[in-house]
Unconditional design. Structure first.
Length: 68
């Protein structure tokens, strides 16, 4: 039996499907990069932003923390 409640993964699909101009959707949607791609198997990544170094770290529980 199908539920009327929106699913987490289906919500974005419905927004994209309801737009007739896909270039507008692309302009409004942020670029998506997986944490695995960023970290490349490491537990920490240094990010240089406006001459300040930030660290993106994966915790033992799989959470991400961004620190200065």
């Amino acid at each position: 039996m199908a539920s009327d409640a929106p699913s987490e993964s289906g919500a974005a699909d419905r927004v994209v499907a309801s737009r007739s101009d896909t270039s507008t959707v692309a302009a409004l949607s942020p670029r998506v990069v997986t944490s695995e791609t960023l970290l490349r198997g490491e537990s920490q990544l240094a990010i240089l932003h406006e001459r300040t170094v930030y660290f993106l770290r994966r915790t033992r529980l799989g959470k991400l923390i961004l620190t200065k």
